[in-house]
Design a protein around this ligand. Structure first.
Ligand SMILES: [Zn+2]
Length: 346
């Protein structure tokens, strides 16, 4: 049986790096800052032990990669005056990491345990990445926002000058905003502040939209909703999505839920949305991240640069656009088998 995700062998790594990969595949935002980045290599699959590498010429990086066919390649999100010593910190990209294997709320909860991924949670991660991209551009005005398929999810990497300068406290604040982690109160509901369409309520509604389409009976029972409330909520979830999320009509909530019930739903949505991102990646200004175009050997996919626009992300399909040559036939077959088995879930 073909496997959708599997570890690449050392021979396959060699084939990928010698035949398919070249430094030309690196995105411009890496090439333009090459000299200021620290590079880390994992040669064995045990983690990036070969650290503190720096390259002043792209050809040297290419030679090193082609000679060693590493298990994984990373580079710093920070730019340094002296990357070899990780000294003279100039700034660091602002990064959001959405990992499908860690999503607490996903449509495939009944298909596989957490820690694994499938086409459905990768699709869910893509929706979260798209919403995040919109928030970062519209609410913060970031202009240099790059989206990368990491192999098991999505990285959003921001290189605007003012983003590079942010300290970890400021990054934490942006993370709180983007996660819609602020509490919605009774007063917010009463004053109808919730109906404002800009600012915080955009992020809140986007996260609530993701939430309302994926929650199940158990989630709702756990927050103390009654059987009839649960039934009408699940029945009307698409209506609620259209009415509340798209148009901010609080009246979209079914009769009988009440303000208390609505607040409980909002609170549960926030609990989930806080866990959509790996917050450590956003706050840490000395992190290393997978280099776009490198092979994610553990899952057998290519870490792929997607671009800066929403529609590029929308069109991106990891099962077509992030498959190394040596797995083309295998992934096509495995994907076909997966949809045959779980097609009704899509
Ligand atoms: Zn899944």
């Amino acid at each position: 049986m073909s496997e959708l995700f599997r570890e690449a062998t050392p021979e396959e790594r060699r084939e990928y790096y010698t035949k398919e990969w070249s430094a030309k595949k690196l995105p411009d935002f890496i090439v333009e800052t090459l000299e200021e980045r620290e590079f880390g290599f994992d040669h064995t699959g045990e983690g990036p032990n070969d650290r503190k590498n720096a390259f002043s010429d792209i050809r040297d990086l290419e030679d090193y990669v082609k000679a060693t066919s590493p298990y994984a390649i990373f580079s710093s999100v920070a730019l340094y005056e002296d990357p070899r010593e990780m000294e003279g910190w100039i700034g660091a990209e602002l990064v959001f990491d959405i990992d499908a294997k860690d999503l607490p709320l996903r449509r495939c909860l009944h298909i596989h345990p957490s820690g694994q991924v499938c086409p459905l949670c990768l699709e869910d991660a893509k929706e979260l990445a798209r919403d995040t991209l919109v928030i970062l551009k519209e609410d913060f005005g970031f202009e240099e926002v790059h989206v990368v398929y990491s192999g098991r999810g999505y990285h959003i990497r921001i290189l605007d000058d003012w983003a590079l300068d942010l300290d970890h406290k400021a990054r934490e604040k942006i993370l709180t905003y983007v996660s819609a982690a602020e509490e919605i109160t009774f007063e917010d509901l009463q004053s109808r502040r919730i109906m404002l369409s800009s600012g915080y309520f955009r992020v809140f509604r986007l996260r609530f939209g993701y939430f309302i389409r994926r929650i199940n009976e158990n989630h709702l029972r756990n927050i103390g909703l009654r059987k009839n409330q649960i039934e009408s909520l699940l029945e009307k979830r698409e209506e609620l999505y259209e009415g509340f999320v798209k148009n901010a009509f609080l009246t979209a909530f079914p009769q009988g839920i009440g303000q208390k019930g609505i607040l409980k739903l909002f609170a549960l949505s926030s609990t989930f949305s806080k866990a959509y991102f790996d917050g450590k990646v956003t706050i840490d200004v000395k992190r290393i991240l997978r280099v776009p175009s490198s092979l994610h050997s553990k899952v057998g996919f290519v870490t792929t640069y997607i671009g800066q626009e929403e529609d590029k992300l929308e069109k991106f399909d990891p099962f077509k656009d992030a498959v190394p040559e040596f797995r083309r036939g295998e992934v096509r077959e495995a994907y076909r088998q997966w949809t045959e088995e779980h097609g009704e879930s899509i």
